[in-house]
Design a protein around this ligand. Structure first.
Ligand code: 5GP
Length: 332
């Protein structure tokens, strides 16, 4: 445990609203409940409806994609004020970075800019950034996510916002593509990605997360020249050859993939392929709220003996942790 705790490592794939500590979320739910006015509600969901969503997030029904993505609306109801957004961001940053044995040395947190309740996208991102910037730049940066359910116009607006904030010296280090993997038309993404790249922003894309993501879509996303990839579970040979040739770092979320059953067991996980090819990877948590994991526990999975873990040596794990530090967008 000491070995894992002391290892310099970067968390590069953590979704803000998927990483809220449960006590913080319940505090917000209690506040929402006590100030709830059914005649003039702050948000369209009642406290009871929100509770159902939070319960669903804690006990995922993965028989459909909506079982994972649907319950986030309950979280969004609770964070629809600036004070609440500040509170959750502070709690998530503290969870990863504070204390005697922080989960990681550097956190690249990602979130989808929302028009939420009383806030515009800019106000939402500003509230998040203010908290991120309380840490030195060697410890924390922000990635702005494009949700696949956004229209191409909104995606472009988000990238313009990221560019503007970066231009003003704010701590936006990159953009991400996330959200329901079955949604959206990836052909329309190209101009937003080139805008981001021209602005010097790092680009990471969730890719081939499910069996249903077509091979042509993955090849299209790769043709946009991303710096990193999220999950990359179902890439075909042609796509894999590109990833290896371009040495694109792959953000791997072991527990997330096992719990979502996109990978049947650790020894069948695509991490084995990348390790065999000495390819850059970053071990990440994804969403500690539903998956109840931690970055240290993900590293423990690397070291535990099979079948529980991968049985890697300390030297191998040092090398993997170093790869995460070498793949941050502050280095792009
Ligand atoms: P937020 O962007 O609101 O801070 O974080 C939660 C959001 O991240 C979810 O609503 C979803 O759009 C996205 N997200 C979280 N986990 C995953 C994942 O494993 N795959 C994809 N594609 N999107 C995710």
């Amino acid at each position: 445990i000491d070995f894992i705790q002391n290892l310099p490592k970067a968390e590069l794939h953590a979704h803000l609203n998927g990483s809220i500590p449960i006590p913080t979320l319940l505090e917000l739910l209690n506040e929402y409940e006590s100030s709830y006015d059914p005649v003039n509600p702050r948000y369209k969901l009642s406290p009871t409806e929100i509770r159902v969503h939070i319960d669903r997030l804690q006990n995922l029904d993965l028989s459909s994609l909506d079982g994972f993505f649907g319950p986030f609306v309950g979280v969004y109801a609770l964070i629809s004020t600036r004070a609440a957004t500040t509170k959750i961001t502070r709690a998530v940053l503290a969870q990863f970075l504070d204390g005697d044995s922080p989960q990681c040395s550097y956190l690249e947190l990602r979130t989808t800019p929302k028009e939420s309740g009383e806030m515009s996208r800019l106000e939402y991102v500003s509230a998040v950034l203010e908290e991120v910037e309380k840490y030195p730049k060697e410890r924390a940066g922000l990635i702005m996510s494009l949700d696949r359910r956004m229209t191409p116009e909104v995606m472009r607006e988000v990238v313009e916002l990221a560019k503007k904030l970066k231009g003003k010296g704010r701590r936006v280090v990159g953009i991400d593509l996330c959200g329901d993997p079955s949604a959206g038309d990836m052909d329309t993404l190209e101009s937003s990605i080139s805008l981001a790249k021209d602005a010097g922003l790092g680009v990471t894309l969730h890719i081939a997360e499910t069996k249903d993501n077509p091979a042509e879509e993955s090849l299209k996303l790769l043709s946009y020249g991303p710096n990193r990839l999220g999950h990359a579970t179902f890439l075909n040979e042609e796509a894999l050859a590109i990833v290896l040739k371009e040495k694109i770092c792959v953000e791997l979320c072991l527990s997330s993939n096992l719990l979502c059953k996109t990978v049947s067991s650790l020894d069948a996980h695509h991490i084995c392929f990348y390790l065999e090819h000495n390819h850059p990877i970053a071990i990440c948590t994804d969403d500690v709220l539903p998956f109840r994991n931690s970055l240290q526990a993900e590293y423990a999975l690397l070291m535990a003996q099979p079948p529980l873990g991968l049985g890697l040596s300390e030297n191998e794990v040092v090398r993997i942790a170093q790869m995460s530090m070498d793949s941050t967008f502050s280095r792009t």
